[in-house]
Design a protein around this ligand. Structure first.
Ligand SMILES: CC(C)(COP(=O)(O)OP(=O)(O)OC[C@H]1O[C@@H](n2cnc3c(N)ncnc32)[C@H](O)[C@@H]1OP(=O)(O)O)[C@@H](O)C(=O)NCCC(=O)NCCS
Length: 230
């Protein structure tokens, strides 16, 4: 109910009559379906996903932010949206298409953050600053990036396209494209999918098959009833 009100604020500011707005809403709903297997009904998604409401509100507020005279109302409304959705997106942040925040709560996105297309954040993510200077001080996130729950990406760092930031990671340095960043401070390694692709690209002469080691049976750890392990 409250988050739907926030969405309405954004949608009104964005201007429902603008050409392309309905197509954008459709795209956002399709994104929810693609990103969340639990989302099977657009109507339910429209009224019950605070992440969606926060994004819709942000689109309107970002447009307001472009006008000097509207900066104060934009800021105040974004704080209202934060109260309603649990997602704080500064109206100055630049966000691309098909952005999705799953389980939206406790998300903070700073003023000079830039986010590409097809980016997904989970709850408790911070795209924050480390400096008080009024310069670019928040992260730049490339296209098709996943940021796991609780991750903090701090400062004007760049996370490259197709990368992933692990749950609870703290990223304070650039992350190259096609990488995973995990841990505190985050260490970077090629993403699993990139590693797999690199393996399949090896010429036949360089590939070899390694037999999986035979499983050693330890009777004391034998799984009799899975329920006893829960
Ligand atoms: C990082 C992540 C995206 C996986 O990326 P990946 O490239 O497929 O990485 P892998 O699964 O191959 O793991 C690579 C290594 O990082 C480790 N790792 C994976 N995720 C980690 C995390 N969040 N924190 C610390 N280490 C992590 C793995 O154990 C593995 O370590 P190893 O090389 O020593 O065996 C994923 O683990 C993750 O954190 N996703 C976020 C999911 C989430 O927030 N879900 C919330 C649902 S409500």
């Amino acid at each position: 109910m409250w988050t739907a009100t926030a969405a309405a604020v954004g949608a009104a500011a964005y201007g429902l009559t603008r050409p392309g707005v309905r197509a954008t809403l459709r795209e956002d709903l399709d994104t929810v379906r693609r990103r969340d297997p639990a989302a099977t009904n657009d109507l339910i998604s429209m009224v019950s996903y605070p992440g969606l409401h926060a994004i819709w509100a942000h689109r309107g507020l970002h447009r307001l932010w472009q006008h000097d005279s509207a900066k104060v109302p934009a800021r105040l409304l974004s704080q209202a949206v934060r109260t309603l959705t649990g997602v704080e997106i500064h109206p100055g942040a630049r966000i691309g298409r098909r952005f999705f925040i799953d389980h939206a709560n406790g998300v903070v996105i700073g003023e000079t953050a830039e986010i590409g297309d097809d980016v997904m954040l989970y709850h408790q993510v911070t795209l924050g600053g480390t400096s008080m200077a009024q310069t670019k001080r928040h992260p730049t996130i490339g296209n098709n990036v996943l940021v796991g729950s609780g991750a903090k990406i701090l400062g004007p760092v760049v996370v490259g396209d197709n990368s992933a930031v692990g749950a609870n990671a703290v990223v304070v340095k650039d992350v190259p494209a096609d990488s995973s960043a995990v841990g505190i401070p985050a260490t970077v390694r090629p993403k699993k999918s990139a590693r797999a692709a690199a393996k399949t690209e090896l010429p036949d002469s360089l590939t070899r098959t390694v037999d999986a080691p035979a499983m050693t049976k330890h009777p004391e750890f034998e799984l009799v009833d899975p329920a006893i392990w829960i």
